[in-house]
Design a protein around this ligand. Structure first.
Ligand SMILES: NC(=O)c1ccc[n+]([C@@H]2O[C@H](COP(=O)([O-])OP(=O)(O)OC[C@H]3O[C@@H](n4cnc5c(N)ncnc54)[C@H](O)[C@@H]3O)[C@@H](O)[C@H]2O)c1
Ligand SMILES: [Zn+2]
Ligand SMILES: [Zn+2]
Length: 372
């Protein structure tokens, strides 16, 4: 079908997104086509434009945080039917590989190829200007329709509003899982979250679910600090130094039990202040994407080793999409998880460059593109 999508023709050059006509194929045997209700604006797509995540192929159809209604299924799809409501998961889970069966679906072998520039079978579902187009995370949710592997689709109940459910495709589980699972947070912990945007605000929500005693949200943007208490933050700080002082005071100089980094771009200078405020034996979680080519970081390795701290990287907040997406949807339904409040502003696809400008300026917790 002919539809439209937001493409980067020259990733890494900050040239912005071009909204234009695309040709989308119908689903192959194990795929489905989904009519999307909305797509979140996650910082990871901006990394493609800035070059923090370099690509050696183009063009790319962006977007990896969507939800919608299935309109067509391939011949071998048994677990989804037309009319089902689904969240597009930014990482697929095949359910068969050793990581999937070990309950680590975020490490599914299929996920390793999400930035390869084609569908898992090596072909394109999208064309523009007569050329094959790769899709972000096999998805490409910056388009009103997507044709994707069903391994990347998770069914949800029909009473969950799809425009909010879209956020459960990346930012919400990534942040929430960063404290729920990756940080191994314990009841009564003192937690620091660096960067409370679309991901970090959910790290705050996860810390609240786990029963943290104090949750310190660190963000240089006033608006983010003003909103953080709504999601469970007990304290806020504008800088790492301010946060360190709070932690020192609150813990009698012991340090925070858990520190989570969810800033927009993880520059090498952030690791040291974060580890310095982590207590002996504590856990420091790195969720934020660093510039891929960055190799220099500041890090006091001696103290780190001698105080038995743990540095934990995490993809997708160490969640299992097929379990955690419906779980988060249910928490939302029961009023235990805030999704509506995450959406600061909605945009038409045509205004996508304004949406990314607003992301860079810190105006939104989440900006969301809505389709008719
Ligand atoms: N590991 C994963 O699986 C995964 C998944 C999704 C997103 N991400 C990454 O997580 C990061 C956050 O994404 P997002 O969509 O929430 O971005 P965002 O732009 O919505 O939020 C980032 C926040 O960090 C704040 N910030 C910037 N520098 C800071 C600093 N030095 N100290 C404290 N706060 C600072 C910003 O003001 C902003 O509020 C990005 O790097 C993104 O690529 C990782
Ligand atoms: Zn994302
Ligand atoms: Zn798998």
């Amino acid at each position: 079908m002919k539809t439209k999508g937001a493409l980067l023709w020259e990733p890494g050059t900050q040239s912005g997104w071009s909204v234009e006509e695309i040709e989308l194929d119908p689903p192959k045997a194990t795929e489905a086509t989904v009519k999307l209700a909305a797509s979140g604006i996650c910082h990871s797509d901006d990394h493609l434009d800035t070059g923090d995540i370099p690509l050696d192929w183009a063009p790319i159809l962006g977007g990896h945080e969507g939800a919608g209604v299935v309109t067509e299924v391939g011949t071998h799809v048994a677990d989804l039917e037309v009319g089902d409501h689904v969240v597009c998961s930014f990482l697929p889970s095949c359910g068969k590989c050793s990581m999937c069966v070990a309950g680590k679906a975020n490490m599914c072998t299929l996920g390793a190829g999400v930035l390869a520039g084609t569908s898992p079978d090596g072909t394109h579902r999208i064309r523009a200007r007569g050329q094959g187009v790769g899709a972000m995370s096999y998805l490409g949710t910056f388009a009103p329709y997507v044709t994707v592997p069903t391994d990347a689709l998770v069914k949800i109940d029909k009473d969950i509003p799809l425009d909010k459910a879209a956020l459960i495709g990346c930012g919400v589980p990534t942040g929430w899982g960063s404290t729920m699972y990756a940080a191994d947070l314990q009841l009564g912990d003192v937690v620091v979250v660096f960067g409370v945007g679309g991901v970090g605000m959910n790290a705050v929500q996860g810390a609240r679910h786990r029963g943290a005693k104090a949750i310190i949200a660190v963000d240089p943007v006033d608006y983010k600090r003003e909103r953080a208490p709504e999601f469970g933050a007990t304290h806020t700080a504008a800088t790492a130094a301010e946060a360190a002082q709070l932690v020192e005071h609150m813990t009698n100089g012991q340090g925070a039990d858990r520190v989570v980094i969810t800033v927009g771009v993880a520059h090498g200078s952030i690791l040291e202040p974060a580890q310095a405020m982590t207590r002996r034996g504590g856990v420091l979680v790195l969720t934020a994407a660093a510039p891929v080519l960055q190799r220099d970081v500041q890090f006091d390795m001696f103290t780190f080793a001698m105080s038995g701290k743990r540095l934990q990287g995490t993809l997708y907040g160490s969640t299992n999409a097929r379990n955690d997406i419906p779980l988060i949807a249910d928490l939302y339904r029961r009023g235990e998880m805030k999704l509506d409040e995450l959406v600061t502003r909605t945009y038409a696809l045509e205004d996508i460059n304004t949406a990314f400008q607003d992301l860079r300026e810190g105006k939104n917790i989440r900006g969301v593109i809505v389709y008719d």
